[in-house]
Every structure is written in structure tokens, then in C-alpha cells.
Design a protein around this ligand. Structure first.
Ligand SMILES: Cc1cc2nc3c(=O)[nH]c(=O)nc-3n(C[C@H](O)[C@H](O)[C@H](O)COP(=O)(O)O)c2cc1C
Length: 138
């Protein structure tokens, strides 16, 4: 008989233990408020999926205002977001699931429409292929 291990706990070197080896991958749902604040829909979405999995990751969340990559992107760029994020963490950690917040910065992959007129900030002045396509004349 096959000896499956994926439902058994796993201990990381730092001592953290996940109750099983099933992880919910980060999946963007584009459901945050325009200012990046978490919505009730998002809290409900993550809450519904906690409990069964050992670990849950949020969709990518931008860390600076110019790092917003798309409409509905979750923002963690300001302390004003903490009360909403605390509710999210609580919902994700229900029944022993470990909660991970995925952080990112869209860099050159965003555009001034998403940034409401602000110029994107990037380590490179070379436009991303996706942005070149969008702004190329037909
Ligand atoms: C709708 C959707 C949204 C996703 N959003 C993110 C994201 O925010 N961050 C990320 O690292 N990966 C994101 N991914 C990638 C997934 O986490 C995962 O790596 C990908 O679906 C491949 O998983 P698989 O090899 O199990 O099929 C997304 C995937 C999908 C389908």
C-alpha cells in the first residue's frame, strides 16, 4: 500500500509546524477596494478556504503606492491597512492554517492609468514588453 505523507504535519527548521502539507497557492482575485484596502469579499474568500489546508498564501499585495499592478490589487503600502489586514489574518488562521502574505511591486509592469496619472517606478527605464504592446499604434 502507498504510504501517503501529505496529510501529516511538517516542521520547518525554524520550528513552525504546518498541520499538513497542502498549500493554497497565491491567486490574484482583483477584489480589493480602489485604494488597495481589503474587502469583505476577500476576507470571506480566504476564510472559507482556511482550516483544510496547512498553509494559505494571499494574492500578491503591493508594498508602495507606485507598485500597484492592476485594478483590485491588495495594498499593504500603508499602516492604514493594518486593521483590515488583521481581520484577513484572523480569517486565514482559522482552525490552525498558517497565513502568508505575498508581497510584490509591479515596477515597470504597471502603467500610469492604474497609478492614476503617476509615472511607474522601476529599476529599469526599458519598457516591459506587455506595456510596449499596449501603447504601440495599430
Ligand atoms: C487566477 C490566478 C491568479 C494567480 N495569482 C498569483 C499571484 O498573485 N501570485 C503568484 O505568485 N502566483 C499567482 N498565480 C500562480 C499560481 O499561484 C500558481 O503558481 C500557478 O497557477 C501554477 O500552479 P500549478 O503548477 O499548481 O498549476 C495565479 C494563478 C492564477 C490561475
Amino acid at each position: 500500500m502507498t504510504d501517503y505523507n501529505f496529510l501529516n504535519p511538517y516542521r520547518f527548521r525554524n520550528g513552525a509546524v504546518v498541520k499538513n502539507r497542502i498549500v493554497m497557492a497565491p491567486m490574484t482575485e482583483m477584489s480589493a477596494h480602489e485604494n488597495g484596502a481589503i474587502t469583505k469579499d476577500q476576507i470571506d474568500y480566504y476564510g472559507m478556504r482556511s482550516g483544510g489546508v496547512g498553509m494559505e498564501l494571499t494574492a500578491c499585495a503591493y508594498v508602495t503606492p507606485a507598485g500597484k499592478g492592476f485594478e483590485g490589487n491588495l495594498g499593504v503600502d500603508s499602516d492604514r491597512m493594518i486593521p483590515g489586514l488583521a481581520k484577513l489574518a484572523q480569517a486565514m488562521k482559522l482552525n490552525g492554517t498558517k497565513a502568508i502574505l505575498q508581497i510584490f511591486d509591479a515596477g515597470r509592469m504597471t502603467n500610469s492609468k492604474i497609478l492614476r496619472g503617476q509615472q511607474p517606478v522601476s529599476a529599469s527605464a526599458i519598457a516591459a514588453d506587455a506595456q510596449v504592446q499596449k501603447h504601440r499604434a495599430p
